[in-house]
Ligand binder design. Structure first.
Ligand SMILES: [Zn+2]
Length: 255
């Protein structure tokens, strides 16, 4: 599989070959721009695709042989109203999910985090600030974001999370280096609801159901007003098809 290291290595070799050619056979030096632009293009694509495992290894789904299970995840909370509504829906369908929480929101609503944990759901780290430019952070800034959120979560629920989900699903070499130190397991998704983008809730539901397969990790946001409706109808669909939704922790240990 091509990753950042192999692409950089191939690019470097290509540049050396072009340099040698331009000295010995009068190739144009301008040809060097070609591998550089290609490297830049692939690196940008790679940083936006967690499934490519370009900078770091992440789990975006699980191949299951024996069981009909998937994992539902919620990002960007806790939210003062919607998270409770979502917790109640999950309870009604006797379903456990995973919540990737933002540190500064947890500081504002520690009681919601306690409730998520009390109801048996899995909790992951989704950075402290989730700022729009967080993907450009240095390694030390990433460490600060991750450690700060771990400490807040640990203070409230008694244990630091094992899992981290990068904001916006964007990965970079600095984040990869930070995660090597913090040793979190990185969780992505392979079934994105687009609940933050598509405002037609039935369309969102249809998209998820059409592409659902066993072992999926589905991405929702417990900050979107349409999410409770979509979740309830998805859980109904799963029940009809005898598919169980479990936490990320359980999915990783499932066969
Ligand atoms: Zn997010």
């Amino acid at each position: 599989m091509l990753n950042f290291k192999s692409i950089s290595y191939i690019t470097l070799l290509t540049i050396i070959a072009i340099a040698v050619c331009s000295i010995s056979k009068n190739c144009s030096w301008l040809l060097i721009l070609l591998p550089i632009f290609l490297w830049l293009f692939i690196t940008i694509i790679g940083s936006f695709s967690m499934r490519a495992n370009f900078f770091l290894k992440s789990f975006t789904s699980k191949k299951l042989i024996e069981s009909k299970k998937i994992a539902i995840t919620f990002d960007d909370g806790p939210h003062p109203e919607l998270t409770y509504t979502i917790l109640d829906i999950l309870d009604r369908y006797n379903t456990k999910a995973t919540f990737f929480c933002i540190g500064n929101k947890v500081e504002q609503h520690p009681e919601i985090l306690k409730e998520i944990a009390k109801r048996g759901h899995c909790i992951g780290n989704h950075s402290y600030s989730h700022s729009v430019n967080i993907s450009f952070s240095s390694k030390s800034k990433w460490l600060e974001e991750i450690h700060k959120t771990d400490a807040i979560l640990k203070k409230i629920i008694g244990k630091a999370p094992l899992y981290f989900r990068p904001p916006f699903g964007v990965t970079t070499p600095n984040l990869a280096n930070a995660l090597k130190e913090t040793r979190h397991t990185v969780i992505g998704w392979n079934n994105r609801s687009f609940d933050t983008v598509i405002k037609n809730k039935n369309l969102v539901l249809k998209r998820i159901i059409n592409q659902i397969s066993i072992g999926d990790i589905i991405l929702f946001h417990d900050t979107q007003p349409n999410t409770p409706y979509i979740l309830e109808h998805l859980l109904l669909h799963l029940k009809q098809h005898k598919i169980e939704a479990i936490t990320i922790n359980d999915l990783l240990n499932e066969n």
